[in-house]
Design a protein around this ligand. Structure first.
Ligand SMILES: *[C@@H]1O[C@H](CO)[C@@H](O)[C@H](O)[C@H]1NC(C)=O
Ligand SMILES: *[C@@H]1O[C@H](CO)[C@@H](O)[C@H](O)[C@H]1NC(C)=O
Ligand SMILES: *[C@@H]1O[C@H](CO)[C@@H](O)[C@H](O)[C@H]1NC(C)=O
Ligand SMILES: *[C@@H]1O[C@H](CO)[C@@H](O)[C@H](O)[C@H]1NC(C)=O
Length: 248
């Protein structure tokens, strides 16, 4: 069910690949070093479930450039153990969004560090950029994450940090997650439109709040109502334009 599974390898370049209607992940980069994926096109029906476009985990120095991804599930998902990942000039839609996570699944979990997601366009997607982590114990963490220049076109939920991810409220033991998300976390220059009224959502825990979230030039409008932000236990600092303004 994988179109391309690259595992335990170094110094790989994938160029100009088109991947259609794979059953699960389209391109997986796991336990690799120095991988460049560029000019790829991934597509699957927007209503197909579990068709991630590109999944990167346990890898360092991965670059994803100049690609178009439209799938049923996450377009690009970034799993534990990923560091020094650069994503630039990627257009997405339909599908979920670019997701760092779902993190905090295991008690012992490798961190996600140094991720830059730059110049992306999201069109008609469910999420834009998001960082979900399970509401259960984990020593994993994410840091030095930057989302820069992301244009949202009619995206349901453009910006989300969800520290209490627990679909169906099953197997999460009702625990707040100690999963750490901090240091230089930034969202910069994100204009566009949200298909729902809540366009920015930071759901963090009281015991382990999200800290050091920098927001700069976020300007989101909403179709029918004024856009809103929903923030729980999140320490955000905004500069430049910022709409919606609640949360600060
Ligand atoms: C990764 O590659 C190395 C060297 O080729 C090999 O020794 C090791 O068993 C491989 N690990 C996995 C998980 O495949
Ligand atoms: C990364 O891989 C590319 C393509 O194989 C190679 O040209 C380059 O030298 C590698 N970079 C490093 C730092 O090993
Ligand atoms: C997806 O949508 C297409 C076109 O609307 C439809 O034919 C197909 O049955 C749907 N697939 C699923 C899995 O819902
Ligand atoms: C992350 O980037 C910083 C600054 O460039 C560097 O010092 C650090 O070693 C990187 N972390 C990893 C895990 O590569």
């Amino acid at each position: 069910s994988y179109v391309d599974l690259i595992s335990n390898s170094s110094n790989i370049v994938i160029t100009g690949l088109t991947s259609l209607n794979s059953q699960m992940f389209h391109i997986v980069v796991n336990a690799c070093q120095n991988v460049t994926v560029k000019g790829v096109k991934v597509s699957a029906a927007g209503n197909s479930s579990n068709t991630d476009g590109i999944h990167v985990s346990s890898s360092t120095s991965v670059t994803i450039l100049n690609s178009r991804i439209g799938t049923g599930d996450d377009r690009i998902s970034i799993g534990p153990g990923t560091s020094n990942l650069w994503i630039e000039n990627v257009a997405c839609g339909p599908g979920q969004g670019i997701s760092i996570g779902i993190l905090g699944q295991d008690v012992q979990e490798a961190a996600v560090q140094n991720v830059t997601v730059k110049t992306t366009t999201f069109t008609g997607t469910e999420n834009g950029v998001r960082i979900p982590s399970w509401g259960r114990p984990s020593n994993g963490f994410a840091r030095n994450i930057l989302f820069q220049h992301a244009v949202m076109n009619n995206v349901q939920k453009p910006i989300i940090i969800d520290r209490n991810y627990c679909p169906g409220n099953k197997n999460c033991h009702g625990q707040v997650t100690p999963f750490k998300l901090n240091r230089l976390l930034g969202f910069q220059d994100i204009p566009g439109s949200s298909a729902k009224e809540i366009s920015v959502k930071f759901d963090c825990s009281k015991k382990y709040p999200c800290t050091g979230i920098n927001l700069e030039d976020i300007y989101l409008t909403s179709q029918n109502q004024p856009p809103e932000a929903s923030c729980t236990n999140a320490g955000a600092v905004a500069s430049g334009l910022f709409q919606p303004t609640s949360c600060l």
